[in-house]
Design a binder for this molecule. Structure first.
Ligand code: PGA
Length: 262
């Protein structure tokens, strides 16, 4: 199966910086075919990134958030249709920063997942347990619950459009610490067998990614964890050289995987 390697820029990059990143991607275009690569700019740069990416450079463009309603009096929000119109084909939903700072709940996440799929977008559903849940050994139940609730409004035939990213809250960002493969393995296995391509359920999501303090030193070992279909990266991929290096690591890891089904 092709390995997913993606980055969200969070609240970073001007238009000029976004275009420079794309130029770096184009320069490394030969590497990109070996993975399923995606880049998630801030809303202001989605269209600029999409327009500057030549159509034969295989990089998906995403949005970091969008509202579930198609239109209306929601000052400051953008709809799924609007981000699709700007060139996004996937939408990140429920990142822990959105849950913590912007009041995202399992209910808003579920509405957004369903709205994204209905708009023809790939919902990238982010889940992760806080440190205290991990300390108490409750991560499997926490993550299974977040995913179940996040998918609860989705039509069964839309499940296969979904990608889930497991990102433990304690592993994300400058204050996070790297997770070991051993720490994430039980969660990745649960996600893959219960919801993802590793399971035998009739309806499955399409991929399970890992994110949180991923870098070029730990990426290969994290990709080796069974059930891990790819990596979702912040800081280590904001520089295009860092992103391309992770793409190369992902391509090497992909060679050892089973071929894509269907
Ligand atoms: P990080 O961010 O790689 O900078 O820890 C990961 C994320 O928030 O997705």
């Amino acid at each position: 199966m092709t390995t997913w390697i993606g980055t969200s820029w969070k609240m970073n990059k001007t238009l000029a910086e976004a275009r420079a990143f794309v130029d770096g991607l184009v320069a490394a275009r030969d590497a990109l075919g070996g993975v399923r690569a995606f880049v998630i700019p801030p809303h202001t740069a989605i269209a600029a990134v999409r327009e500057r990416l030549p159509s034969d450079v295989p990089v998906l463009v995403g949005a970091q958030n969008a509202h579930w309603e198609p239109a209306g009096a929601y000052t400051g929000e953008v709809s799924m249709g609007m981000v699709a119109d700007a060139g996004a084909t996937l939408v990140e939903i429920g990142h822990s920063e959105r849950r913590e700072y912007f009041g995202e709940t399992d209910d808003t996440v579920a509405r957004k997942v369903a709205a994204a799929a209905a708009a023809g977008l790939t919902p990238l559903l982010c889940v992760g347990e806080p440190a205290e849940v991990r300390a108490a050994g409750g991560e499997i139940d926490w993550i299974a619950g977040q995913v179940s609730r996040g998918l609860s409004r989705l039509a069964a035939h839309d499940l296969r459009k979904v990608v889930v990213a497991y990102e433990p809250v304690w592993a994300i960002g400058d204050l996070g610490r790297e997770a070991s493969p051993h720490e994430i393995a039980p969660v990745m296995e649960m996600l893959s067998t219960r919801f993802g391509p590793g399971g035998d359920a009739r309806h499955k999501i399409s991929a399970v990614l890992y994110g949180g303090s991923v870098n070029r030193f730990n990426a290969a070992a994290l990709l080796d964890v069974p059930g891990t279909d790819g990596l979702f990266v912040g800081r280590a991929a904001w520089d295009v050289a860092g992103f391309v290096e992770l793409v190369r690591i992902g391509a090497r890891a992909g060679h050892g995987r089973q071929p894509d089904a269907g």
